[in-house]
Write a protein that binds this ligand. Structure first.
Ligand code: ATP
Length: 950
């Protein structure tokens, strides 16, 4: 059957036998589809994608823009100003040459522009988040053309044979072909939190509800345990999840703590300005002022107090922050993480793959009573076994072959050669074992056929072991080629028909053994031998090796699914393997950097305490003598006891995922701000609980990625540290331009309020001029300040609390102080300029130009402010002006624009400015420069008295 005649709308795949379903989709369980067929089905059914649903509609995003309280106040100002103009126009009192409704139009234009900008940014942000989600979207293991390969979820088509295992989030709907211990959580679909046991076997009745279709698996659900082979029956919008698209989780565009603080700030500013308006109108009236004039002053004040440019600058800064982080391999999934990352005090990191390279090579084995070392590098299956530095032939030692068989069959990894390089598909720990066995001449392919797997008890981080049950005898004929012909197996079998091989944490495996395989036979395990084995384990672990123990048991039949407790005992010990997983070279420096930055790295691993200590000491996470807390000890501790210990312990070993949750909570109760890494399904609760949950991009399960705030694309600890640094830079820059913008706003408001109180005839600044300042002459340099590179000491100081107020550490005081200085400088200039234009009549120049001098001085003073505020402690002369060329460019462009407003006639007409003489312009520049001088003076003063500025 070709793609065109596929059954389109079979809703009842669960009623079919596996063979019927395979036939209907013209595919085969062992070989899957051929590439041409995949292509034609891809064309017919489209990519396996869900159409985005559930997010806000474009219209809703647009309407949301106008709900901001500051924009609402601006709209009110526009209306009042329009009414005033209308009255003046009707009564003929509008000054000659004045364009009516200019301020109203300008303010409304700004409101609309702000709305549109916000709209564009937010819809971009939603799209970007969706794209990021895509980036983190999973690969799927499929069988095509007889080969096992990984494809992206998008490329799945109906008829594909998909392999699933614990940790996977399903990418399509499908009929189970076979399964082992498969448990799936279907809450995404059915709302039912309980895991469902799945069974491939029998067809079900047509009426079975979704939750009862145990022979089917569904897109979006999560594999908690076991494995399975699935025939893909539905992709894209044709899946059960696709059908109920409205239930889809939309991409979450959460407000960052900063955005929340900003809306609080908006409330404070709006209330504050209303209070100011009432006060100044009141005082003005008492002083005999004209009501309409006073209303105009109030309107200007209201416009001046709103930092119109701020929201845009903040959004751009956060967006640039996420981009910089992605370039450093840290993918932000939840926006708040961008700025809160800088506050991390403790990084709890997994060992394998994050601190180490996760490229395993078995270096030694302890079998029988001997240590054998193994040569060779990487996954290439070439190397030798050595005893006391002499090469040996493994088969000559009767204990080695069964261990090698265990390494090959109790194993799910696939060793492949790609372009001459040996690679591994699956878990690197297992890959190293396939390589080891191949070095001894035991090929996995051959042994998988000789000892086909009949059942298994899968690995989990809680159990720290796995077992496979292999069939040895052909049940029907009673003849076994292996039993009768293969001496390597016949000694293991006794009279049974099945062999179970178990591997895992050596202490656990050994505790399940009562015999040991020695000299070709199983003999009782003595206490002496037990001690020897544990000593060998400690010796290898102490060298930083990851040690696994192996055992076997002969069984009469395939055990039932939930019987591991009874079956995984009375095992026969086979031996130990010790593999090297070298630390990542860049981690040592990253650990040091985080320590300097007041961040404590903590290792949390499932591995042995001695292995953990050796690697932690090597990396500088702990000192040789530091205490290691094991999962067992942790288990015995109460939450309070754990809290008393968390500040002291830097290494947790042999922990299970549920311990991670307790560790995070204990740290948080000690007021720590915790970043926690994780990769497994069961790490998800700890990742959610952590302040920053970090999932692994390469080895992480889909479930852990879903639960995380950030995904490490390279699984590397050093990436966490560099993301933390970026977080600090973003937060410092945000605080920097808030200081910059709000300081000037306060200066403007005070200057405007002072004018009528000091008896000046008019408001110095019109709403239009104020908008110009807040948006353009403040906005451009603020954007440039957002690009300020890291200060040299950014990772040399302790982290700041994420809960600190925006005004903390002197920022509020700075704004008020600088606002007042700003106002004092401008008010002095204003008074001087007003009397100057009265006394000096320059030909052709307007007597109104004192206002333009105030306007110009305010704008240019902000240029000096922008240059000086680049550093809190370093003087401008001590900084490289080109380390942030954007500030230089913004200052130059803004100054030119401001001069154009004063000297280009049409612009002058529109903005209500007046030309200044050269000496007047010089005086404006002189006054403006005072701002720069003041801030530099402050830095110098603080340096002299030995205090740090904010
Ligand atoms: P980390 O938490 O730092 O990544 P880890 O990889 O050692 O450390 P787990 O994957 O939970 O943590 O493994 C815990 C223990 O289980 C290992 O130390 C090892 O003894 C055992 N183990 C790991 N992988 C397997 C496997 N594939 N089969 C059997 N046992 C395993």
């Amino acid at each position: 059957m070709s793609a065109n005649s596929l059954p389109e709308n079979i809703a009842a795949w669960h009623t079919l036998e596996v063979d019927e379903a395979l036939e209907l989709l013209s595919t085969q369980a062992d070989t899957g589809l051929a590439p041409q067929e995949v292509n034609s089905r891809l064309q017919k059914y489209g990519a396996n994608e869900l159409e985005e649903a559930g997010g806000r509609s474009a219209w809703e995003i647009l309407v949301d823009q106008f709900k901001d309280i500051m924009l609402l106040m601006l709209i009110a100002v526009a209306i009042i100003s329009g009414v005033l103009d209308l009255v003046a126009w009707r009564s003929g009192t509008l000054p000659a040459g004045e364009i009516p409704f200019k301020d109203t139009i300008a303010i409304m234009a700004i409101v609309i522009l702000n709305g549109i900008l916000g709209y564009i940014q937010e819809s971009r942000a939603e799209k970007a988040l969706a794209a990021l989600k895509q980036l983190a979207s999973p690969n799927v293991r499929v069988i095509r053309d007889g080969n096992t390969l990984e494809v992206t979820a998008k490329e799945l088509v109906p008829g594909d044979i998909m392999l699933i295992e614990a940790g996977v989030q399903l990418a399509a709907d499908g009929r189970l072909i076979e399964e082992s211990n498969l448990q799936i959580r279907e809450s995404a679909l059915t709302g039912e939190a309980e895991a469902v046991n799945k069974h491939a076997k029998k067809p079900l009745s047509e009426e079975s509800s979704l939750g009862d279709r145990v022979n089917m698996v569904f897109q979006g659900t999560e594999v908690l345990q076991g494995r399975g082979k699935v025939l893909v029956t539905g992709t894209g919008m044709k899946t059960e999840l696709g059908k109920i698209a409205e239930m889809l989780q939309s991409v979450e565009a959460e407000d960052t703590p900063l955005q929340q603080r900003m809306s609080q700030l908006g409330n404070v500013l709006v209330t504050g300005s209303l209070v100011l308006v009432v006060i100044s109108i009141g005082i003005g009236l008492l002083m005999g002022g004209n009501f309409i004039d006073l209303v105009e002053v109030s309107l200007s004040m209201a416009v001046a107090v709103v930092p119109e440019g701020l929201p845009a600058v903040i959004t751009v800064t956060l967006a640039l922050g996420t981009q910089r982080m992605v370039r450093r391999n840290a993918l932000i999934r939840k926006l708040p993480a961008v700025e809160t990352l800088g506050s991390v005090t403790t990084i709890c990191s997994d060992k394998t793959g994050t601190l180490t390279q996760n490229k395993m090579v078995v270096q030694s084995t302890f079998v029988g009573k001997e240590y054998f070392s193994v040569s060779g590098e990487g996954y290439a299956p070439s190397g030798e076994f050595l005893l006391d530095e002499r090469t040996i032939i493994p088969e000559e030692y009767p204990e080695i072959p069964p261990l090698m068989v265990a390494c090959t069959v109790c194993n799910d990894a696939i060793l492949q050669q790609e372009k001459g390089e040996w690679k591994i598909l699956g878990d690197p720990t297992e890959g190293a074992l396939v390589t080891l066995a191949a070095k001894a001449g035991f090929e996995k392919d051959q042994w998988d056929t000789k000892l086909p797997r009949a059942s298994e008890f899968p690995f989990s981080s809680e159990r720290k072991r796995m077992s496979v049950i292999c069939q040895v005898e052909e049940v029907e004929t009673g003849f076994s080629p292996i039993r009768d012909v293969d001496p390597q197996i016949s000694n293991l079998l006794a009279d049974e028909s099945h062999l179970m091989f178990t591997k895992g944490s050596p202490e656990i495996i050994l505790s399940l053994c009562d015999q040991v395989f020695l000299g070709g036979n199983s003999v009782p395990l003595t206490e002496e031998q037990r001690k020897q084995i544990l000593a060998a384990n400690n010796k290898m672990a102490g060298e930083g090796l990851r040690v696994l123990g192996f055992a076997f048991r002969a069984l009469a039949k395939v055990p039932s699914e939930a019987s591991e407790k009874e079956v995984e005992q009375q095992l026969v010990w086979l031996g130990l393997t010790g593999m090297l997983d070298a630390p990542r070279p860049e981690v040592r420096a990253a650990v040091q950097e985080s320590r300097d930055a007041g961040i404590r790295p903590v290792m949390i691993t499932g591995d042995h305490q001695l292995t953990a200590r050796a690697i932690a000491t090597d990396l500088g996470i702990a000192n040789g003598g530091d205490r290691v807390l094991t999962g067992q000890e942790l288990q015995r501790m109460s939450d309070q006891e754990l809290e008393q210990n968390v500040d002291l312990v830097n290494i947790y070993a042999r922990v299970a995922p549920e311990h991670k949750l307790r560790i995070v909570k204990a740290l948080q109760n000690r007021n720590k701000f915790v970043a926690m890494t994780g990769d497994g399904v069961n790490d998800a609760p700890a990742l959610k609980q952590a302040d920053i949950g970090i999932a692994m991009g390469i080895t992480g399960t889909d479930v852990s990625k879903e639960a995380s705030d950030m995904v490490l694309l390279d699984d590397n600890f050093a990436t966490i540290v560099s993301a933390t640094k970026e977080g600090r830079v973003v937060y410092t820059n945000i605080r920097r331009f808030i200081k910059y913008i709000l300081g000037s706003n306060i200066g403007e408001v005070l200057t405007i309020a002072a004018a009528p109180l000091l008896g000046l005839p008019d408001v110095p600044l019109t709403p239009l001029q104020i908008l110009w300042m807040n948006l353009v002459t403040d906005g451009l340099p603020a954007l440039a300040l957002a690009l300020e590179p890291a200060e040299p000491d950014v990772m040399k100081r302790p982290p700041f609390s994420p809960r600190e107020s925006i005004f903390s550490r002197g920022l509020g005081f700075y704004m008020i102080r600088i606002g007042i200085i700003f106002a004092i400088i401008t008010i002095i200039l204003m008074m001087w300029a007003h009397s100057h234009v009265q006394s000096v009549g320059v030909n052709g120049l307007s007597p109104e130009r004192w206002k333009t001098m105030v306007f110009t001085a305010l704008c240019i003073a902000q240029m000096g402010h922008a240059i000086a505020i680049r550093s809190n402690s370093r003087l401008t002369v001590e900084m490289n002006p080109f380390s942030n060329p954007y500030v230089l460019a913004a200052v130059t462009v803004t100054t030119i624009l401001q001069l154009m407003l004063v000297y280009v006639p049409p612009l002058r007409g529109f903005f209500g400015t007046h030309a200044l003489s050269l000496s007047e312009l010089g005086i404006c520049l002189g006054f403006s420069a005072l701002m720069f001088v003041w801030i530099e003076g402050e830095k110098l003063f603080l340096r002299i008295i030995g205090k740090k500025s904010v």
